[in-house]
Design a protein around this ligand. Structure first.
Ligand code: GAL
Length: 472
């Protein structure tokens, strides 16, 4: 493990990540307005066990304790998100909630006091419900403009101290799970709306970056980018057809969001296959999008095989698959030999380095930050101790693959473990534990799992790295 740490340069960013709705709680406290996740959780049968984010980890009241957990671990950076409706209860800048401003000011200051660099995500899926009602959410272009206004406010309020901004977290999830399969808020099912929502999300990102670069960059001197998620897709066989299927799957997954930013438009294969359900960018929008990310934020969890879909299969639904298989003509599967996490996601570390290399090659070797990687296991606490060996193994193997990719020239600059602590895992409620810290949801008590201690030792060992003359 010490050897693993030493493979990373001294200035590599080791962090942990969370998001507002998953940890804050205090949903109706101090003037916060509801988001689409609050209303989604109220709908019967949407979330496992009827769980909600009303209390979650109660981070709103316990943030000092949580920052202290990170300080104890020696993490250098903390990625968290701002709850748009805590700052602006109705989503618009005329509704500023001073308690929300105070909370994020305090959190940011607390991080800085402990030498932890804040990495702030502006949108981690929790659209103010007032906007959803008024504009139809991400199906409406006006939501992109409202997002840019909200982003502008965040830069104004916090940009003197926050130097790392992430506009959106995983727009793929919003589009496909929120508007395609309907399993996440706002719970819609369609085969065209995902493309419309994604389009407006991309524009929202570009508009926010434009505001930052034109109004704030010169004085605040930070960086701003987007975080996308992608699994690796491995061709199931060596056949040309399956190789092509894997490539199509990756372009539909990551290319959908990264091509417009790095290459100027949606992937050719999407334009051909989706046809007029895929909106078009104007020349002006293309220009706004191109080069609109200072870094490549990547959330990566798992890998699947991809093969050409032969004929129409029963498991292809005509509606509500979000373009996942019917538009791609790709059949996905996993190897029965692969170990699975509690999410039933396969543990395939080599998929991580393959994906990093794919990104480097396709997008001209951009600086990459893994803004999420981690795993859920059914952790239990025994005599105050959580022995999560599987999580340590998972992280060690994935981090090793990060180092392998770096030795092939990939410009990877940071790794954020998902998550700092167990939290509200969206439609799975509190049934899945991703944390480095165990949370007892009945008392709110946090306990460092063995993986947190392990991660802390890894960080310490990379700090003393002398390789490549990178010692202090
Ligand atoms: C990501 C998401 C996180 C977290 C994680 C584990 O897609 O950004 O909020 O839930 O997955 O499922």
């Amino acid at each position: 493990m010490i050897e693993l740490g030493k493979k990373f340069p001294k200035d590599f960013i080791w962090g942990t990540a969370t998001s507002a709705y998953q940890i804050e709680g205090a949903a109706a406290v101090d003037g916060r307005g509801p988001s689409i996740w609050d209303t989604f959780c109220q709908q019967h049968g949407r979330v496992f066990n009827g769980d909600t984010g009303d209390v979650a980890c109660d981070h709103y009241h316990r943030y000092q304790e949580d920052v202290a957990l990170m300080a104890d671990m020696g993490v250098k950076a903390y990625r968290f998100s701002i709850s748009w409706s805590r700052l602006l209860p109705n989503g618009k800048t005329d509704s500023l909630n001073q308690s929300g401003v105070d909370f994020y000011n305090n959190l940011i200051d607390e991080c800085l006091k402990h030498g932890i660099t804040p990495w702030v995500t502006l949108y981690h899926w929790d659209l103010p419900d007032a906007i959803e009602v008024e504009t139809d959410g991400w199906l409406d272009r006006r939501t992109a403009d409202l997002f840019a206004d909200y982003a502008n406010l965040c830069f104004e309020l916090f940009g003197d101290r926050v130097k790392n901004w992430i506009t959106l977290n995983e727009p793929w999830v919003v589009a496909v799970l929120g508007y395609g399969q309907g399993v996440f808020a706002p719970g819609r099912q369609s085969n065209s709306e995902p493309y419309q929502a994604a389009h407006n999300l991309l524009l929202a990102h570009a508009l926010a970056v434009n505001v930052y670069r034109n109004k704030f960059l010169e004085t605040q001197k930070g960086q701003i980018g987007i975080t996308n998620n992608c699994d690796w897709r491995e061709p199931k066989t060596h056949s040309r057809e399956d190789k092509k299927a894997a490539q199509i799957a990756l372009e539909f997954f990551l290319g959908w969001f990264a091509d417009p930013i790095y290459l100027g438009d949606y992937p050719q294969c999407m334009r051909e296959r989706v046809g007029n359900r895929l909106p078009k960018f104007t020349d002006e929008e293309k220009a706004l999008l191109k080069h609109s990310s200072d870094f490549f934020g990547l959330n990566h969890y798992t890998t699947m095989y991809a093969a050409k879909q032969h004929g129409s299969s029963e498991n292809l639904s005509v509606f509500g698959n979000g373009g996942l298989s019917e538009d791609q003509g790709v059949q996905l599967s996993v190897d029965p030999e692969w170990a699975l996490t509690d999410m039933q996601w396969a543990v395939v570390p080599w998929g991580c380095s393959k994906l990093l290399k794919w990104i480097a090659e396709r997008y001209g070797n951009p600086p990459i930050y893994i803004t999420e990687n981690g795993c859920a296991y059914d952790d239990t606490i025994k005599e105050g101790r959580v022995d999560d060996e599987e999580r340590q193994n998972f992280m060690a193997l994935y981090i090793e693959e990060c180092s392998n990719a770096m030795s092939c020239g990939v410009d990877l600059r940071g790794y954020f473990a998902w998550s700092l602590m167990d939290n509200f895992e969206w439609a799975m409620g509190y049934s899945k534990r991703f944390g480095l810290h165990y949370v007892d949801f009945s008392t709110g008590q946090r306990v460092a799992k063995e993986s947190a201690k392990w991660y802390s030792r890894l960080i310490a060992s990379s700090n003393v790295n002398t390789k490549l003359g990178m010692t202090a």
